[in-house]
Design a protein around this ligand. Structure first.
Ligand code: ZN
Length: 138
């Protein structure tokens, strides 16, 4: 079951250039910066109430974020991530509903989470991520 919007993913050219906007203009605080080799990005996270912003900077021209920036030179909202209590069931439900899965199996993303994406062609134009904690709490 989808529980909430976990985060919005925002593509940027440079974390160093973008973080000051969020800190100074919005008064948010950068929680941590993390490289995610599987997605060829560096990410910066900000708490916004119960949800987060995830800034994404490409670390390679092959990064999906580099390709997004080719089409959207100023950056912008890249994906919406929904927290779910069962990522496999969520993927199965989306598949049954006719959605195209980018990842049939969840993989390890940023912030200690399992993640998987649905293709925007099949989700009304919004790249959609499901995420769940990597380790279930004891
Ligand atoms: Zn994300």
């Amino acid at each position: 079951m989808v529980q909430r919007i976990d985060h919005l993913g925002i593509a940027v050219r440079s974390l160093e250039d973008s973080i000051p906007y969020y800190e100074k203009a919005l008064g948010l605080k950068c929680e941590h910066i993390e490289e995610v080799p599987s997605q060829k990005v560096r990410t910066a996270f900000f708490h916004v109430g119960e949800t987060h912003l995830e800034l994404l900077e490409p670390t390679s021209p092959e990064s999906p974020i580099a390709k997004f920036l080719e089409k959207n030179p100023h950056g912008g909202v890249h994906h919406v991530a929904f927290a779910t209590d069962n990522i496999d069931a969520q993927l199965a439900q989306a598949k049954d509903a006719g959605c195209q899965l980018i990842h049939e199996k969840p993989f390890e993303g940023a912030a200690n989470k399992l993640v998987a994406f649905l293709h925007p062609k099949s989700t009304q134009g919004v790249l959609t991520e499901f995420c769940a904690p990597l380790e279930t709490p004891h």
